[in-house]
Design a protein around this ligand. Structure first.
Ligand code: SRM
Ligand code: SF4
Length: 598
């Protein structure tokens, strides 16, 4: 599918409606055409096929094993016990498990075409939604996971929800397709459980979207809010990052970073990861308007001819940070903007285990292996454990960026019951499991068998590598060191490998590119250390870095600081190389267009 045609599809879709209603009403086929799949993404679902079965099915001359992935949006990762149980119930329509995502959402995989409508309908009736979970719009907004009861955490969660609501796409197509038969006068959805913002967005009359216009954004758009010094939304990886400035215990305003993003293609210098850069500081009351000015700048200036270069990070690079700022400020008449405040972050880690919330209640952050909520054979029964917690104790849950789970609002007298339920289902705290600190934060993207873009394994491979790495860390007495390992099955970077201490990026089966030299603080990019390493080589390569760190570290410095002091990061297109390649590609594209026209 050429890039221009995605734009054409959106333009001609009548508010992202397309033929989706008709296609999902037709039970004679297991799949939908690719152009409709592109529209479907905006509704929070992707068509996929079982990659484990693909080759065999081709041999047998059979069609692919089609199914759908559904992604629920939960601003700041918040989900009530009741909403969790609705998702748990929907698992039976999927592969029987759920995947916590590293943007604090939930994915169900393996839903058949005939079941998709019921799943989306039920997610909406839980009070959450799938609207804009994928597609060329603002995605799930991330926020600080820890449920600390103070004014700053309360404000960041409120802001997360305000952003989520402001940037929902507006069209009654969503209600028509997934929630039909529920229209009452001008009120589209009767059920009070349906999120009021979704109700409002789906009520809108046909016509241009007030923020996104006719063709939505050139590409996906991601926003996250972090409270210093905890970088638990990986703020520099976001298109827009927000960090509160606190005066006398209250939020005065937010520093806004722009232009982070991680997708790239192997060997293409005109694509690369970028960290977000501080743009402006604005007072609290003006924060969402300032974000809207950034979103509309991207809408109007983003690249709509080359999707590989369409993210905000490329717009910021091509306009220059100052030029970009000028345009954003121009769109904020009457609103005062200030220079960004200095930012300081310690870590992207979750503080696992038991903690006080500050209101007399407790929360418990539980390690979930690769975010997969499943009953593991001879292992932790994650699905049963969280289901029992929700049904018996009715406690809210929070998904973290490391795809772990926080159980919140626990009364001190419930602590024993929580521990007992976790233990009963074999879900032990990471400390009890003897995990290294690195293991607790290690993350891999989904990849095979569901991801259509995966070039190698990731979620199914990283735990095995971490078994070896855990061993080395313990052997070298580095078990408590903060070292970040991340893996992805392709260079799109879903597992955020490019700012990790060690990032493994899938190339082909059992082969990864190895990046080294990011930082557990999330504020430095790694470089390409080895173009290709096999699975068999990974433990040895990691071990030699760990040994060098152990031998050379000074004054208790962490791995990231040792690396920065003693090593130069490997090859990554420099901004200069990147701009040359980008200009060449633009010239080539323009040439092709002239030739086509001729
Ligand atoms: Fe992602 C596409 C999974 C977070 C960059 N991502 C995909 C798709 C939908 C594959 C596809 O397009 O067919 C994957 C579905 C796999 C599956 O079977 O479930 C997928 N991405 C994920 C999740 C589930 C990985 C995870 O381990 O949790 C995350 C869902 C988050 C959510 O709830 O919304 C996920 N993806 C990310 C992140 C990290 C983040 O957002 O903080 C990134 C890097 C940051 C960024 O966006 O720059 C990321 N995903 C991508 C890209 C590359 C975008 C680019 O700018 O080039 C793609 C491919 C694309 O968009 O063309 C992609
Ligand atoms: Fe799929 Fe690649 Fe994202 Fe992994 S990084 S989930 S393989 S698109």
């Amino acid at each position: 599918m050429s890039k221009a045609s995605v734009e054409d599809l959106k333009l001609a879709s009548s508010g992202l409606r397309g033929q989706l209603a008709e296609l999902f009403a037709d039970t004679s086929t297991p799949n939908i055409p690719e152009d409709s799949n592109i529209l479907l993404k905006h509704h929070g679902s992707y068509q996929q096929d079982d990659r484990d079965r693909r080759t065999q099915l081709v041999k047998e001359k059979k069609d692919k094993a089609w199914s759908f992935m559904i992604r629920s949006k939960m601003p700041g990762g918040r989900i009530t016990a009741k909403q969790w149980m609705i998702h748990d119930d929907l698992c039976t329509k999927a592969f029987g498990n759920m995947r916590l995502t590293n943007r604090q959402g939930i994915q169900l995989h393996g839903v058949l075409k005939g079941g998709l409508k019921e799943v989306i309908h039920n997610v909406c009736h839980s009070g959450l939604s799938t609207m804009g979970a994928c597609g060329d719009v603002v995605r799930n907004t991330m926020g600080p996971a820890a449920p600390i009861k103070d004014a700053v955490h309360a404000d960041t969660q409120k802001l997360t929800e305000e952003i989520s609501n402001r940037f929902l796409w507006r069209s009654n197509a969503y209600a028509d397709i997934w929630l039909d038969g529920e229209k009452v006068d001008n009120d589209w959805i009767k059920d009070p459980e349906v999120n009021p913002a979704v109700r409002e967005a789906t009520k809108a009359p046909e016509g241009d979207d007030p923020i996104y216009g006719k063709v939505y954004l050139p590409r996906k758009f991601k926003i996250g809010v972090a409270i210093q010094p905890c970088n638990d939304v990986d703020v520099y990886s976001q298109d827009v990052g927000l960090v509160p400035h606190v005066v006398d215990g209250q939020v005065e305003g937010y520093t806004i970073t722009v232009g982070g993003g991680f997708g790239m293609s192997h060997g293409q210098l005109g694509t690369r990861p970028f960290l977000g850069q501080p743009l402006i500081y604005v007072k609290r009351a003006n924060t969402v308007d300032a974000i809207e000015a950034i979103v509309t700048t991207q809408r109007d200036h983003g690249n709509r001819t080359e999707r590989k270069n369409a993210r905000l990070k490329y717009t910021v690079q091509s306009m220059g940070l100052d030029g970009f700022r000028e345009e954003v400020v121009r769109r904020l008449p009457g609103i005062e903007t200030f220079p960004p405040k200095e930012l300081h972050f310690d870590t992207v880690e979750d503080d696992l285990g038991w903690h006080e919330q500050g209101d007399g209640k407790l929360y418990c952050a539980v390690y979930v292996n690769m975010g997969r909520i499943v009953n593991v054979e001879n292992g932790p029964q994650y699905r049963s454990a969280f289901a029992e917690l929700c049904t018996t104790l009715d406690l809210p849950l929070i998904v973290t960026l490391n795809t772990n789970m926080i159980i919140a609002d626990i009364a001190p007298e419930q602590k024993e019951a929580v521990n007992a339920i976790l233990a009963k289902h074999g879900v032990v705290h990471a400390d009890e499991a003897g995990f290294t600190r690195a293991r607790k934060v290690a993350h891999a993207c989904v990849a095979l068998p569901t991801c259509g873009l995966a070039l190698s394994e990731s979620e199914r491979a990283l735990p095995g590598f971490m078994d070896h790495i855990d061993g080395f860390l313990k052997e070298l007495d580095l078990a408590d060191e903060p070292i970040l390992f991340r893996m992805t099955g392709c260079p799109n970077g879903c597992g955020r490998p490019y700012n990790a201490d060690f990032g493994f990026v899938g190339r082909s089966p059992n082969k990864w590119a190895m990046f080294v030299g990011g930082s557990i603080r999330g504020n430095r990019l790694a470089g390409l250390e080895f173009k290709t390493v096999t699975g068999e080589e990974i433990p040895g390569k990691v071990k030699s870095f760990l040994e060098a760190f152990k031998a050379e570290r000074q004054n208790g410095e962490i791995f990231a600081d040792w690396f920065a002091r003693t090593r130069t990061t490997g090859e990554l297109p420099t901004p200069e190389q990147f701009h040359v390649e980008l200009a060449e590609r633009a010239a080539k594209l323009a040439g092709e267009k002239v030739a086509e026209a001729g």
